[in-house]
Design a protein around this ligand. Structure first.
Ligand code: HAM
Length: 429
């Protein structure tokens, strides 16, 4: 057993994992650029009240899962690590007067989030989200645009069979009446409620609906549905979101039990699943509309909508769906090896020149026999070996194509050009 380990619920992303995350982040960056989102970075911690007010005090995320930082004696503010980025981004929107920018303000960020949750597969205490927020557009068209954007992320990263569950959870006009109906329903089943849920019943009955407690499953399945209690405006909004999704051809299913775990949501709510794997722990991502959040955090009332997609879960599903097939390692284009183990200077100089020319190259600096150097280059997944030998006296090296098994003499001066050409034709051919 090693003396030190990564904290419980966290993981080291080793180079193979990091390579997958790099690819996911590149796809996210490419997509958000196409859809007109601009990047934003907010601090990894905020005043605790940003989360308490924004996400809601009677939610799992705030009640149980918030990583609160021990207050420093001289500072009065209480801080917590961000469990999600939406509250911080909306705080920044208000703080920097983004209300005066052209609306909607479309923002995106990707980074680690922190929740002191009970760790298990796909549920970590530090995890990554790809997040987008469009603030200042009441929808409904943009709701569908965002749902489609999230769905496209899964398509472009290669996750198969992703389905969208959508729902409307009403607004301050219709939710209070629904809540009374819901409270009545649960009161009638008091005896069946686990203690935590009983405690929440009078404070925030909506949270019972998305309880992770298996004891709640049957009760929740039979609970009154918000979709049967929507006001006219919310019903029309929801109908239009669905019509837009139909027009875009996004595969979705209405799930009237979907209420999401955070309090700021109004109207549109959605989650992404691999079909057949619905359940609290398996959501690949989720989001929704939050028309009251900007005002809650001190801005003038402004609608907003966004999503957060869990990159750790996407990576897990990709690995499962690849079924043991190793991901392509991004090995070097060329490894510079040499007949004289001691002549590290020549090898290093050639590799340095190739890198200066923009190519992925490394030199074998281990002072071992040529055979061992070539073996290591093969294991590394290199496409070419540049073999430095006696020809160097005349300005030449041997260039071996490790994939094709061919070899030719090339002047050192032409090496970068030859390799660049080979790489381009390999990529496009
Ligand atoms: P959320 O549903 O709490 O929404 O989280 C979004 C996604 O983050 C989840 O669907 C899941 O994939 C991933 N996730 C959440 N907790 C964990 C965990 N402990 N371990 C691994 N992955 C996790 C939000 O956070 C909202 N801010 C989304 C949003 C943005 N709504 C509007 N704008």
């Amino acid at each position: 057993m090693p003396t030190f380990r990564a904290p419980r619920g966290t993981r080291d992303l080793l180079p193979d994992d990091r390579a997958v995350f790099d690819r996911l982040q590149r796809t996210a960056a490419s997509l958000t650029a196409r859809y007109g989102y601009r990047g934003i970075e907010t601090p990894l911690f905020e005043q605790t009240s940003v989360f308490e007010r924004g996400i809601g005090e009677v939610t799992d995320v705030v009640e149980k899962e918030l990583f609160r930082l021990a207050p420093r004696s001289e500072e009065a503010e209480a801080w917590a690590l961000r469990p999600e980025p939406t509250a911080g981004i909306v705080r920044a929107y208000v703080q920097h007067g983004m209300q005066t920018w052209p609306q909607p303000v479309k923002l995106t960020t990707t980074g680690p989030m922190f929740r002191y949750d009970r760790p298990q597969a796909g549920r970590y205490r530090q995890f990554w989200q790809f997040d987008v927020e469009a603030i200042g557009d009441p929808g409904p068209a943009i709701d569908a645009e965002i749902v489609e954007l999230g769905h496209r992320f899964y398509t472009e990263t290669g996750v198969k069979g992703v389905e969208v569950l959508v729902n409307s959870i009403g607004d301050p006009a219709c939710r209070p009446a629904y809540m009374s109906t819901l409270v009545e329903y649960y009161r009638a089943h008091r005896d069946a409620l686990p203690p935590t849920e009983l405690d929440r019943l009078e404070r925030n009955a909506l949270r019972l609906l998305d309880s992770k407690d298996p004891a709640m499953a049957a009760l929740n399945a039979a609970a009154p549905r918000i979709t049967d209690h929507l006001c006219e405006a919310c019903a029309a909004h929801f109908a239009s979101v669905k019509a837009h999704l139909d027009a875009l051809g996004v595969p979705y299913r209405v799930e009237p039990g979907l209420v999401r775990g955070l309090d700021y949501y109004t109207r549109t709510a959605f989650e992404y699943y691999v079909a057949g794997r619905e359940g609290q722990q398996q959501a690949l991502g989720g989001g929704g509309r939050y028309d009251g959040l900007v005002a809650l955090l001190g801005g003038k009332p402004t609608p907003g909508i966004g999503f957060g997609l869990g990159l750790d879960r996407v990576a897990l599903v990709l690995a499962e769906q690849a079924d043991g097939e190793a991901p392509l390692a991004d090995g070097p284009l060329a490894v510079v090896v040499g007949a004289d183990p001691e002549d590290t200077a020549s090898r290093l100089k050639i590799a340095t020149d190739l890198r200066a020319a923009g190519l992925r190259a490394r030199a074998d600096l281990a002072r071992r026999k040529l055979g061992r150097q070539l073996e290591a280059a093969g294991k590394d997944g290199a496409h070419f070996a540049v073999i430095v030998g006696d020809e160097l006296a005349h300005g030449d090296v041997q260039l071996r194509d490790l994939l094709a098994g061919t070899q030719k003499v090339v002047p050192v001066d032409d090496l970068a050009r030859d390799l660049a050409r080979a790489e381009a034709s390999h990529k496009h051919g």
